[in-house]
Design a protein around this ligand. Structure first.
Ligand code: NOJ
Length: 755
């Protein structure tokens, strides 16, 4: 045994010796450089500026950027894209400033770069970690070819409130799945070597709890118990740290009454001491300055608080630049605090290889071959087909036949607004509208009659608010459009209606208090259903919507999300059966906004409603059931999968042992297809109340029609642990329930005892 392990041990030892040597080289280099730096130059490294070239997400944009770079007052830039521009800015730093320290260049590379991939919430629906890693790798290849070396991604905020527009940027409601996705993304961006000229440094955001903004209103207060933080909201950030993420971004919200940006417990005790994070922390856009509005004091005070909490870099606000020297002189911050922050930023630049070659990401040849290349297009289509979720398919109306007449209607059926939020580097002209995708798929074998049918929104205020970054839709006469669509439907064999939100109705600063479809689109679906023609609804959105009525009207309902450049082709792939859908929801669809926040892993109450009619003095509503419209983990296929009962290797688990849980899954339908087999656990009696179910494992499998396969999971004590009141992860003996199935509500159950 030992003889077999020896070579592996030698490799591991060599790796760790190499890492140590690299670290000591880096430490010596940085220490040497810092000896030469003045206090002003050190503070300069903590300053991150934008020239306003990207999407300014606040009211401040920096000025005199060039002069500041020359004076050594800038550590990095963001919002600039393109090799030539970045090269020029870097030249100013490495030829014009006294110590020639290179800049770091960041951008919101959230779902792809020039080639836009599906929004993150869509990609999460694939439950395919290899594919998700590939998405980050694809973005890295393009962005590093365009001069960039730092991505403000992954966004790993757990989100259980679809009113919050930023749910589109994350992975949904579940900490287990969210953690796996966080790791896959970090790995995809950073690879094994940050100095490789095709890898980006990841910036995990928004640390922490930003997804729990009260009332789903962006930038609002958060407040939650520590147990919930550790159990449900912290795991993805921690997973990203464990995966080696080079940087983290602080969030705008407060935690326990202290904004994250000044929260020493969060930034130092949890992040560095408990999780061992060694990278650097950057603020969000002007979040130091915003603490003045939070009521924490003037700019000098809040800047000192941020530095002392453990923040290293100040995004846009220049609070560090303008006040830290004074704070040092007045004894409000220490030299060590400034040095530590400066050291971490220089280390990041060292790891990125910028001191060896400040222009390593500025290779014009790579830009020509990598950006928008055919392989990137193929990846975005692959991701887009795997991201779609078939919510409903009565009488197997889908897939469609390539014959007859289709009425293709709806405001999203023939527009290019399908890149979704945060497509800063995206090229809207490259987007393939659904109409083009369908035409590409069916050629002349299908007669297509197109009618827009409705406005995205009739309400001028909503329309204005949803078009801040440029006009994306017109408002025409709702009645005339509706009539045209009904005429088209009457001439057709089947209706495909593409409805939903515009991309700017989701994302940052795009909270909605009403998450139904806008009225014009609701009316359109009612009128179409009245024609009696089969109705297929394709839903393009960046959040779960309250669509009870629409889901009744539709015979089939396909959730396409915002699928990126290739949305049209990918939707056609699914509609006509070139790909059998396999996506599963990672965020619950509520029946109405009153049920929000709603998520599958809720706690029990002392007065459960139970099955059956609404009862008085039970936890329920008078006007709606407790159940959501579509549960976490739900997603249909063109085939059907049947599950055997759960078989356990034993009904007892001894301490330190495992129990194997197995099911046989059979593809009992008429198509080959993929299924996500999901494993949930419940601890029915514990010293701290436990969720009714929590996801602890899943496997995505491919089964040919008629094929059966046994799928097994090894359950260890790790899956049974929870945080107690002292925030220790413990496991308690007793009974455990195991659920394996096709969604969080459709699963077979078995039980065992932990001794
Ligand atoms: C504000 C957003 O909250 C954050 O996600 C983004 O990375 C920064 N602006 C930079 O654009």
């Amino acid at each position: 045994m030992l003889r077999r392990l020896l070579p592996l041990m030698l490799v591991l030892m060599t790796c760790s010796v190499t890492a140590q040597t690299q670290n000591s080289k880096m430490n010596a280099f940085v220490a040497d450089l810092m000896k030469k730096m003045t206090l002003d130059e050190k503070i300069g490294q903590l300053n991150l500026l934008t020239d306003g070239g990207g999407v300014p997400t606040g009211s401040v944009v920096n000025t005199n950027v060039e002069a500041k770079i020359k004076e050594g007052k800038v550590g990095g830039l963001f919002g600039i894209t393109g090799v030539e521009k970045i090269r020029r800015a870097q030249e100013i730093a490495v030829t014009g400033s006294r110590l020639k320290i290179p800049l770091i260049f960041g951008l919101d590379i959230i779902h792809g770069y020039r080639t836009t991939l599906p929004i993150p919430l869509a990609m999460a629906s694939s439950w395919d970690m290899k594919l998700i890693e590939k998405s980050a790798r694809t973005a890295s290849l393009e962005a590093t070819a365009d001069g960039l070396n730092w991505a403000y991604s992954p966004m790993v905020d757990i989100a259980r409130d679809p009113r919050w527009g930023r749910v589109a940027e994350g992975s949904g409601e579940d900490p287990y799945l969210g953690s796996l996705i966080a790791k896959a993304m970090v790995k995809g961006y950073q690879g094994n070597d940050l100095a490789d000229k095709t890898t980006l440094m990841a910036c995990v955001k928004h640390y922490a709890l930003y997804g729990a903004a009260e009332a789903g209103r962006d930038y609002n207060t958060t407040d939650m118990s520590r147990i919930r933080m550790y159990e449900s909201y912290f795991p993805p950030y921690k997973a990203a740290v464990e995966a080696g993420a080079g940087s983290i971004m602080s969030s705008f919200n407060e935690i326990d009454g202290i904004p994250a940006t000044a929260n020493k417990w969060l930034m130092t005790d949890v992040l560095r001491k408990q999780w061992g994070f060694t990278g650097f922390v950057v603020t969000d856009y002007t979040s130091i300055n915003e603490m003045i509005d939070h009521g924490l004091g003037d700019l000098q005070t809040v800047s000192a608080l941020a530095l002392k909490a453990g923040i290293d870099m100040d995004m846009v606000g220049e609070g560090f630049l303008s006040t830290l020297k004074k704070s040092l002189q007045e004894g409000k911050v220490t030299q060590k605090e400034i040095d530590d922050a400066c050291k971490r930023i220089l280390e990041a630049k060292y790891k990125l290889g910028l001191f060896d070659d400040p222009f390593r990401y500025c290779d014009l040849n790579r830009a020509k071959t990598e950006i928008n290349s055919a392989d990137k297009k193929a990846v975005t289509r692959e991701l887009a087909i795997h991201s779609q979720v078939l919510l409903k398919n009565d009488n197997n109306i889908l897939p469609l036949k390539k014959s007859g007449t289709i009425a293709l209607v709806g405001p999203m059926a023939n527009n290019k607004d399908m890149l979704g939020t945060w497509a800063v580097g995206g090229i809207p002209a490259n987007a393939v509208p659904i109409m083009d995708g369908i035409r590409n798929a069916v050629g002349s074998s299908v007669n297509i009659i197109y009618a827009k049918g409705a406005n995205i929104a009739d309400d001028p205020a909503l329309a204005r608010n949803a078009q801040v970054f440029g006009k994306k839709f017109d408002i025409g006469s709702p009645q005339a459009q509706l009539e045209e669509a009904v005429q088209a439907a009457n001439k057709a064999d089947i209706i495909v209606a593409v409805v939903g939100e515009s991309s700017e109705m989701t994302g940052e600063a795009a909270s909605r208090s009403d998450i139904t479809l806008p009225e014009s689109q609701r009316n359109l679906l009612e009128a179409l259903a009245k024609t009696g023609k089969p109705l297929v609804v394709v839903l393009m959105t960046g959040r779960p919507l309250a669509i009870v009525r629409e889901s009744e009207l539709a015979n089939a309902l396909l959730l396409s999300w915002f699928g990126g450049d290739e949305t049209g082709n990918a939707v056609a792939d699914v509609l006509f059966g070139a790909y059998n859908p396999s996506g599963k929801l990672t965020m619950t669809f509520p029946r109405n906004v009153g049920q929000v926040p709603i998520y599958y892993s809720h706690k029990k109450t002392g007065r459960p409603q139970g099955d059956g009619p609404t009862q008085k003095f039970r936890s329920n509503y008078l006007d709606v059931s407790n159940d959501p419209l579509y549960v976490f983990g739900h997603g249909l296929s063109y085939t059907s999968f049947s599950y055997s009962d759960v078989k356990l290797s034993s009904n007892k688990m001894a301490k330190g042992q495992t129990v194997k849980a197995s099911v046989t899954v059979t593809n009992s339908g008429n198509f080959d297809g993929e299924e996500v087999v999901q494993l949930y656990i419940n601890d029915p009696v514990a010293s701290v109340t436990q969720p009714v179910k929590k996801l602890v494992g899943f496997q995505k499998i491919m089964l040919k029609k008629g094929e059966s396969r046994e799928i097994s999971f090894n359950i260890t004590e790790e899956e049974l642990k929870f945080y107690n009141n002292d925030l220790k992860r413990i496991v308690e003996p007793g009974e455990f329930h195991v659920f394996i199935g096709t969604s969080s509500s459709n699963a077979k159950k078995a039980s065992f005892n932990l001794q």
